[in-house]
Design a protein around this ligand. Sequence first.
Ligand SMILES: C[S@@+](CC[C@H](N)C(=O)[O-])C[C@H]1O[C@@H](n2cnc3c(N)ncnc32)[C@H](O)[C@@H]1O
Length: 179
Amino acid sequence: MNINELYQQAVKHQKDHDCSAYPYELGAKLVDVLERNTPTKILEIGTGMGYTAALMAVHNPRVVIETIEKDSEHAHIARRFLEKQDVGDRVQVVNELAEQYLSSLNSQYDFIFFDGYQIHYEFLPHYERLLKPGGILYLANNHLQSKTSDRFFAELQNGQRWEVVEQFADTTIACRKSA
Ligand SMILES: C[S@@+](CC[C@H](N)C(=O)[O-])C[C@H]1O[C@@H](n2cnc3c(N)ncnc32)[C@H](O)[C@@H]1O
């Protein structure tokens, strides 16, 4: 897999489309964390044009992904892009607002990658419910503050339900503790 080649396609999309779907810059790090944790069931929030979903699917043929995207044009472009990468059968693009859709999910995931815009506290109970014990929460865009992002990080870091395993650039990685 050529990460840079996929990344450049996402950069081109953002420029041509003049939208806010800036691709995640640390794709190699994301793949490295996946390789160390070997999740097979992944939930992504913030598909954009499908770059990070493609990375996560291509790196391991056993991976299945559900990825949530609120913008219908992005969802459409992402489905085509993922088909082109031959992973369309393993990545389901859901064109919904995450705030509304997360409560309808009942599956358990090994890994959640958040790359929507601001971090909102209301997502945290869903992450706790949807991640298996020992599962990994990988949060991008930490620099985009919301009214509730401080509360989100305070609870993540208080050590009760989560262990923060790594923080770098605009990313936090946390592990869901066993109950
Ligand atoms: C930073 S881009 C994602 C980029 C993609 N992960 C990548 O690296 O190429 C953020 C995307 O999340 C979508 N998004 C933002 N907030 C969302 C929400 N609350 N629910 C669903 N999608 C959301 C935006 O429409 C946008 O396409």
